[in-house]
Design a protein around this ligand. Structure first.
Ligand code: ACM
Length: 527
């Protein structure tokens, strides 16, 4: 009996040891840590090139945010430094890869770019938060060699349905960086509200930004161009690229409230849903908008939406402009009109030296594969993914199951979406690379990455945004970074205990799948 008890205690301690030493999420490609030896640091003496000092400053601020103080950080020579950052461009490693070595004397971090150094520091932060002690910073001796699985590790936030604002977005970016996610897709326009200032068309925000999904009269809420620049800069400091989405030709109702002269009408359920593809001025209007958008976002991509146009294009049948466009270009049906529009706007984007992204509807539009990137979202249409890949489209996978975070994550949850009986729990996210092993193996050079999308029809508050995002963001990162096709659920949850503690400290309203009763569902807005 005593032996069994002892074994159980040892097993428990071993599991704690694991959780402490390596609770890094996402799991590094390879790592070894000492079981018992640590490096303690009470003041960082760093050595790096001047351009990288900002990385050290941000690292120290990040640790302070987690309650780990390091005194005044100090620049030092390589002999006396205890944190040495080096860029080695000779090394044949990817731009996001890094190697980290922790010895009794120092921490040595090497990468081929500043992004790699940044990711090494994120791993170091994670080691520090799980191993530090009351007296200060402590990390285990050991090594990490690491690089990501996918180039595109994305998260999309819909701020048209509900607007969250700069501080919340910055917090999301902080956590994305912590988990090494690197693309923030910002869904800024849709039916309930237009959220980006366009100087040439001020009514887009003075009129179009009024309202949200559950309150059409909510005061105008939007980002000024100065706000956008601030967010883009904040993201870049965290190795995150911001990709804006200006949805067209559907989901255009907010813009149409502001400038009805460019509306192509809608349907009973989706009034004023489309831009008017038959009117030449519409293309000028939209290109003017994009001209301002490209100035704000250094990303090479601009997302043009292109989804669900059939929800509200019925009035094109009776619109004189659209009818004459159809005659002039021999467009046989409304879908041909939609594709004509998408092709023209893709060319407008190309003329602005950017590349268009579209939802998977564009795969049949005739837009040449080299001119765009597509996001496969309709999980019930695997044939659309197949078609995209056969036609050579670079593709991001974001199927609703398991990557739409407005779907519930537990079968006791009632607020949020289901697809028949399907929903989007952590287990399905962790199984993603296994579930899609076939296309991933067959088209490794076309599938650039994966992304989760937070649609916000049912997400009206910061707390509910947290509840739907955490901890699924961490699971997304695990499958976006790690090359292991089947990360173990219980190991992942064990590692998550450190994140759960941090969430609590930062007052993040997360869902704990191990203790669903302790983190009760936070419902969406009342209808
Ligand atoms: C989408 O969910 N309409 C892309």
């Amino acid at each position: 009996m005593r032996i069994i008890f002892l074994v159980l205690v040892l097993l428990f301690l071993a599991s704690l040891g694991y959780a402490q030493k390596n609770s890094i999420i996402p799991e590094p490609a390879s790592c070894q840590f000492s079981e018992s030896r640590y490096l303690y640091i009470d003041q960082i003496r760093f050595s790096c090139q001047p351009a990288q000092e900002i990385l050290i400053q941000n690292f120290s601020n990040q640790l302070a945010g987690f309650g780990i103080k390091l005194g005044n950080i100090k620049k030092s020579g390589p002999k006396t430094a205890n944190l040495i950052l080096g860029i080695d461009t000779q090394k044949q490693i990817g731009l996001e890869a890094y190697s980290l070595t922790i010895t009794p004397q120092q921490i040595q971090l090497t990468a081929s770019s500043e992004t790699g150094l940044f990711y090494g520091l994120q791993s170091l932060t994670q080691l520090a938060v799980s191993n530090s002690v009351a007296s200060g910073f402590r990390v285990p001796h050991g090594t990490i060699q690491d690089n990501p699985r996918y180039v595109w590790r994305g998260l999309m936030l819909d701020e048209s349905r509900h607007f969250f604002g700069k501080e919340k977005v910055k917090q999301l970016l902080d956590w994305m960086a912590f988990y090494k996610l690197n693309r923030f897709h910002w869904h800024l326009t849709d039916e309930p509200g237009w959220r980006i200032e366009i100087k040439k068309y001020p009514k887009l925000t003075s009129v179009g930004a009024i309202g949200n999904f559950h309150d059409p009269k909510a005061p105008a809420a939007f980002y000024t161009q100065a706000d956008i620049k601030e967010i883009v800069h904040y993201a870049a400091e965290r190795s995150i690229e911001v990709v804006p989405e200006i949805d067209m030709p559907g989901h255009a109702a907010a813009a149409n409230r502001a400038y009805p002269e460019f509306s192509g009408g809608g349907s009973e359920k989706y009034p004023e849903f489309t831009f008017n593809p038959g009117k030449e001025h519409t293309y000028g209007f939209l290109t003017d908008i994009l001209r301002e958008v490209v100035q704000l976002f250094p990303s090479k991509y601009i997302h043009l939406g292109g989804d669900e146009v059939h929800f509200g294009n019925q009035q094109w049948n009776t619109n004189a402009d659209v009818q004459s466009l159809m005659q002039k270009h021999q467009l046989k049906d409304l879908q041909a009109v939609e594709f004509y529009f998408i092709n023209r706007m893709t060319d407008s984007i190309a003329a602005l030296n950017k590349t268009m992204i579209g939802w998977d509807e564009i795969v049949t539009s005739g837009v040449p594969a080299e001119k765009c990137l597509t996001m496969w979202w309709r999980h019930d249409k695997p044939e659309q993914l197949q078609l995209a890949l056969e036609k050579g489209y670079h593709t991001i996978l974001c199927p609703r199951i398991p990557f739409y975070f407005d779907f519930v994550q537990h079968n006791s949850h009632r607020s949020g979406r289901y697809w028949a009986k399907e929903y989007a729990p952590i287990e399905k996210i962790l199984a993603f690379n296994q579930t899609y092993a076939e296309p991933l193996t067959k088209y490794p050079n076309l599938i650039d990455g994966i992304q989760a999308n937070i649609w916000t029809e049912t997400i009206h508050s910061e707390e509910r945004l947290d509840f739907m995002t955490f901890p699924r963001m961490a699971a997304l990162a695990e499958v976006a970074w790690s090359k292991n096709n089947s990360p173990d659920y219980s190991t992942f949850l064990k590692k998550m205990q450190v994140s759960f503690r941090l969430y609590k400290e930062q007052k993040i309203t997360f869902f704990d799948p191990v203790n669903p009763e302790r983190t009760p569902e936070l419902p969406g807005p009342k209808k």
